[in-house]
Design a protein around this ligand. Structure first.
Ligand code: GLN
Length: 230
């Protein structure tokens, strides 16, 4: 018998809980990232296996060779480009401040002196908080996943959190969290699919080709519209 024609299985790292990009419903992974990578894999003829983990563990797992691909609402940054290669961008995002719904005290970074800012380990939010800590004079509290971070502000242990605006908008709309976004968007960035730098040129090419095919066929828009209403 021949093994020829059997497709390769890639290990895909995803964030544990990051709706609408990746989350679990009845034991099945679902969300924009899940649908996109499944559709790309189908278009390009490879198989995938999902590995949910804390976001902060994903790039280390790529570097350790435990993952081939990461799709986790991951923002394309110059710092990350030193260790991973990114696909073409597939989604626009960026950071916003989030406070309890009835908080009228905090509306911008200028209001954060002496406050506690909750962030998620390894994220652009955590980096942004560190970069501005000295200027604005707040304390940083770090969490491993977004729900724990949201909880911390809901229950009043932290005053404010930093999260990507599409994610917090979805969380507030869908789960009735007692939170609101305030102020201007702090940053603008784009999500990309990551592979270990310099090691995976072939799969990166497949990912970009698949992404383009989904855009051309309209499936990309269908996937986004399924999770995000205008
Ligand atoms: N987009 C943010 C980042 O890349 C957050 C990602 C996430 O929490 N899954 O750091």
């Amino acid at each position: 018998g021949t093994e020829g024609g059997e497709s390769k299985t890639y290990q895909v790292g995803i964030d544990t809980t990051y709706p609408p990009f990746e989350y679990e419903v009845d034991g099945e992974y679902t969300g924009i990232d899940i649908d996109l990578i499944n559709a790309i894999a189908e278009d390009q003829g490879f198989d995938i296996e999902f590995n949910p983990m804390d976001f902060g563990g994903i790039i280390p797992a790529l570097q350790a060779g435990q993952l081939d691909i990461a799709i986790a609402g991951m923002s394309i940054t110059d710092e990350r480009k030193e260790v991973v290669d990114f696909s073409d961008p597939y989604f626009d995002a960026g950071l916003t401040l989030v406070v309890q719904s009835d908080n009228s005290e905090i509306t911008s970074m200028e209001d954060l002196e002496g406050k506690t800012v909750a962030v998620k380990s390894g994220t652009t939010g955590a980096q942004f908080a560190r970069d501005n800590e000295e200027e604005y004079g707040y304390e940083i509290a770090q969490f491993e996943d977004s729900p724990s971070m949201f909880q911390e502000v809901s229950n009043g242990n932290a005053d404010v959190l930093l999260e990507d605006y599409p994610v917090i908008a979805y969380a507030i709309a869908e789960s009735g969290l007692d939170l609101k976004t305030v102020g201007d968007r702090l940053t603008g960035d784009q999500y990309g699919i990551a592979v270990l730098k310099g090691e995976n040129a072939e799969v990166l090419e497949q990912i970009n080709a698949g992404l383009q095919a989904l855009r051309d066929s309209g499936e990309y828009d269908e996937i986004l519209n399924k999770y995000i209403s205008e």
